[in-house]
Design a protein around this ligand. Sequence first.
Ligand code: ADP
Ligand code: MG
Length: 695
Amino acid sequence: MNLQETFGSLVFNDAVMRQRLPKETYRALHRTIAEGKSLNPQVASVVANTMKDWAIEKGATHYTHWFQPMTGITAEKHDSFLSPIEGGGAIMEFGGKELVRGEPDASSFPSGGLRATFEARGYTAWDPTSYAFIKDGTLCIPTAFCSWGGHALDKKTPLLRSNEALNRQARRVLQLLGHPDVKKVSATVGPEQEYFLIDRDLYYKRKDLIYTGRTLFGAKPPKGQELDDHYFGNLKPRVAAFMREVDEELWKLGVSAKTEHNEAAPCQHELAPIFTSSTLATDHNQLTMEIMKRVAGKHGFACLLHEKPFAGVNGSGKHNNWSMSTDTGVNLLEPGETPAENAQFLLFLVAVIKAVDLHQDLLRISVAGAGNDHRLGGNEAPPAIISMFLGDELQSILDAIEHHSAYVAGERMDMNIGVTTLPRIPKDTTDRNRTSPFAFTGNKFEFRSLGSSMSIAEANVVINTIVADVLMEFAEKLEAAVDIRAEVEQIVVDTITNHKRVIFNGNNYSEEWKQEAHERGLLDLPSTPDALPYLISEENVALFERQRVYTRQELNSRYDILLENYCKVISIEAHTMLDMVNQEILPAILAYSGQVARDASAKRQLCADLNLSFEQKLVHRLAALIDEIGAKTGELEQAVQGFDTTADALAQARYCRDRIFHCMQALRGPVDEAETIVDKRLWPFPGYGELLTTK
Ligand code: ADP
Ligand code: MG
């Protein structure tokens, strides 16, 4: 395979457009993208025609508007290019109208009441900042999905708006720092994706995996990840073959999958791409998850993207590496070489620190969900408390700045920002704190709390928006300042002083940190129902409206959707548990205890003097477990029945967490115990030991 030819071969990217579009059209398209305006119909029609010819050459027969509704996965509705003509026959047709706007029958996508209240239908609109691509013989056109009233019904629209907010405010600051040449600032994102690969035949034997993506039962195996022998270990040939095919499929789609390795848990792996713009990174991460699932099947695997597929084993997350970069090629979080560059770096750095401290609630919400709740705080992932890590070197620099003292790193230096050069900040990977939710890693931040199955859109909407908002405040101060350099210094010092409580360089997994975080007044929101109410606080509504990212109505709708989704997940899990217990688990335990009892009684008939105390004890123990499981099942059934569909959304979510989920946990205990004593041949599905061994 020729990598250079393969890479992006199925993408209608800039190179293809430059080569194929008439010069004028190409320029007009670029102008439109740069100015964020809507496409002129003539330009659209030329682009559409060129795109269609290109797609047909590549074997495409259909096209679809590809969008990212609130379900968290992508949606597509395929139409063929074929259009019948009079007198029989057909032509391949695809015009500007089809390119620019689509009307999927969207009534069944979650809208949190937005569509019901305002208008019945939604439409999709081409987002020319994302390239079209071909997947499975279909030309996919990345689109934003809105209601006719312009309300966002998807994850893409707010992401585009938040990029715009960041661009506006960051440019304003850069202008004041003497960079009028910068025409655009974009968020750059590289999401590392964790996942499990398990045998597909075993997967299909477990209803819990099929319906919920995680195991709802399962006794601990004799060997888990205790020996840490999986992390970065050798790849099994079957896994290596899977990864190679995933890479190839992704490369064709222009996704720069780069690093693949084993992760901490058995059967757990990671894929990291090379970073790109936040919009493309979001599209690409959705494609990555989709391709991984599909390719897994071809290699006899099932790919689990759930945040916590196995209790007692590390879960899977996503690390969202984030920075800001100018169209002139400057990474704004890269410490500079000159004093002026360093002043700029520090200003953007403290903007992020302030943003994270002020908006811990929104960052927590951006990673909230029933699946990720199992993971956060589970001593394998950052806790539900948001804090930041800066590393020793940067920390001492900030300390010195705050106290106006000299920083000693080999040589003494004066810490006048904008006058002195900062010492080099090493990008040493050994200086990483892997327990921190939001860690500075040399020239970017790594937000490590995202769940593995989630779209990265929400986290980036929040990061872009909160940083934009702080930059806006900085810009206002700088605009009013007489001496810009002195003002930058003042802002940096004030920000460190006022927001340093959010910086924590120690072990985030420890109990002591929890205590300390509470003393520092940081938010601790362990579950989704704890976090979500903050989404619609007056402060947050004002923030999102000020940055033109969400309207109040859109926030309310998202709040409803997220709560409803939380309830749905728990309800599906509870029903799956009940099915498994009633139809599979109890019958198996009953069969086994019956068998032991029958065998014992047959033995007694044969030899009246046999000591059958083991059999007796076993039958007793099984009977006790059957009793307990029966009772706990009854309680779970009652809890499920008690769900009040008329209660308000938050009350419903709390009920799911406090009653239903509580009963699920209680039921799991005796079932897992039974699994350890029932004849393996009778246990109705494969256990953890088998699932977590790749052959
Ligand atoms: P680690 O596991 O040590 O965090 P990886 O190499 O696995 O490192 O992942 C780092 C990720 O960060 C990659 O996806 C990389 O492309 C991304 N990245 C690097 N620089 C930037 C940047 N300026 N902005 C956003 N992401 C970046
Ligand atoms: Mg990382």
